[in-house]
Design a protein around this ligand. Structure first.
Ligand code: GCU
Length: 434
């Protein structure tokens, strides 16, 4: 039977579903329907034990954690969640692309450093935009994280080069035909309060994630995959997805900062929002040189416990973003309890280094309470290593940060990065990096 009134509606829904995964997250419905946002409907589950080796024996000392259990957990995340990071370390070449000694009205030194991943100037490369306080007399502690829209989107400064890498189309932002335009300058500055950060004595370094691996499913041919991956054989089930590629590049950023005279490479914290928060956690877990790790609204596949199935689920994330995780991760679609890990173990991989998880009240898609519970359940490892985890698993009070050797807050508002978030991250860094 002809049902003309249904057709437009169906096509609208299909169009929405098709495009919602491509749009910048700020423009996607905050809470897609068909998922659970109700605490009383969280299923019962038990978490894999952190302090038990795969052969069943108990881990009772810091030494056993370090030598036996930590390597096991790391391998489990490599094999079942994110996939391996590229294991080739190409010879990096760097070139200072620009420098301004008196940026931000004299408060900061601003540099753009190009990092080439091969001997070819036209091959894959990434630009690190670094601000350091102009009045610093010694190398400063620094936050480093990816941005979503190009380094030029971080600050309106007309001297910052506009990225020529692939960007997501967004006409309001000025991204047309996957290229950024002048219009997009400074459009993400609210997420990068560079002045506030340098005025507190920190450096801030950011990289456009699309320089490293453009965020769409191309079978891992572009970005760094073009030089690091031979495309002769089928990908292994534990070959790294884009999150592994991005996090690997954060380590390459750290390689550069370690050599930098203005930054103290032993006091660099990763930072990231949302998918880039997942990246920040995986970078911090994989590379113990990072002195601190920050996850902002990282949700499913990041700080949140997958077994809660609250908001975004494993199946949904693997379906919408097939390139983020490894192929093996798909085994846990609607099957979270079968996974040998959950994300409290990702937090534990960061211990004893400080880790901070920021959530937002309206960001139910990212499961704020589940993000806190991961940190809470990593507690036994922090304690074993002589650090303090979260004091309890009570639902946290909005806008009241908890900071021990780990930090957590849930602030009012939506999925975003705000000055409130940065203020807490810097307060936490004051305790741990200064
Ligand atoms: C989507 C995705 C999330 C992700 C977010 C983002 O909402 O489902 O997992 O964190 O995009 O990165 O903005």
């Amino acid at each position: 039977m002809n049902q003309p009134h249904l057709r437009p509606l169906t096509s609208i829904i299909i169009t929405f579903l098709a495009f919602s995964t491509l749009l910048p997250s700020s423009e996607v419905a905050a809470q897609p329907s068909g998922f659970n946002y109700n605490e009383s409907r969280v299923p019962d589950f038990s978490l894999p034990e952190l302090l038990k080796l795969q052969d069943g024996s108990a881990v009772t000392s810091a030494q056993q954690w370090r030598s036996n259990r930590r390597p096991e957990v790391l391998a489990l995340f490599q094999d079942h969640v994110f996939g391996q990071q590229p294991n080739a370390v190409p010879r990096l070449r760097t070139r200072e692309r620009s420098r301004k000694q008196d940026a931000l009205e004299g408060r900061a030194v601003r540099r753009e450093i190009t990092v080439f991943f091969s001997d070819n100037d036209n091959g894959p490369s990434m630009d690190i935009l670094v601000y350091t306080p102009a009045d610093a007399e010694t190398p400063v502690p620094c936050f480093m994280g990816f941005n979503f829209h190009g380094n030029h989107s971080v600050d309106p400064d007309p001297a910052i080069h506009i990225t020529t890498s692939w960007v997501r189309d967004d006409s309001k932002r000025g991204n047309i035909d996957h290229r950024a335009t002048e219009k997009s300058r400074g459009k993400s500055s609210s997420r990068w309060p560079v002045e506030m950060i340098v005025s507190r004595g920190y450096g801030v370094a950011t990289i456009y994630y699309g320089d490293v691996d453009p965020d769409f499913d191309d079978g891992f041919k572009n970005g760094i995959h073009s030089i690091l991956e031979p495309h002769t054989t089928a990908r292994a089930g534990n070959a790294g997805g884009s999150i592994s590629a991005w996090s690997w590049a954060l380590s390459r950023g750290l390689d550069v900062l370690e050599m930098d005279p203005l930054v103290d490479g032993s006091r660099v914290s990763t930072f990231g929002h949302s998918r880039l928060g997942k990246t920040s956690l995986w970078a911090g877990a994989s590379d113990e040189r990072f002195a601190m790790v920050i996850s902002n609204d990282s949700g499913c596949g990041g700080a949140a416990l997958s077994r809660r199935r609250f908001g975004e689920t494993v199946k949904r994330i693997n379906t919408s973003f097939p390139h983020w995780f490894c192929i093996n991760h798909r085994q846990y679609n609607d099957n979270e309890n079968a996974s040998p890990v959950d994300h409290h173990m990702l937090m534990a991989l960061i211990a004893p280094r400080p880790v901070y998880v920021g959530s937002a009240e309206k960001d139910l898609w990212a499961d704020p309470h589940g993000e806190m519970l991961s940190l809470f359940h990593a507690g036994p490892v922090f304690e074993l290593l002589g650090r303090k985890g979260l004091p309890n698993d009570n639902v946290a009070t909005v806008n009241q940060p908890i900071q021990t050797d780990v930090g957590y807050h849930i602030r009012t508002g939506k999925h975003d990065v705000t000055d409130f978030d940065w203020t807490q991250y810097m307060n936490f860094a004051d305790r741990h990096l200064k």
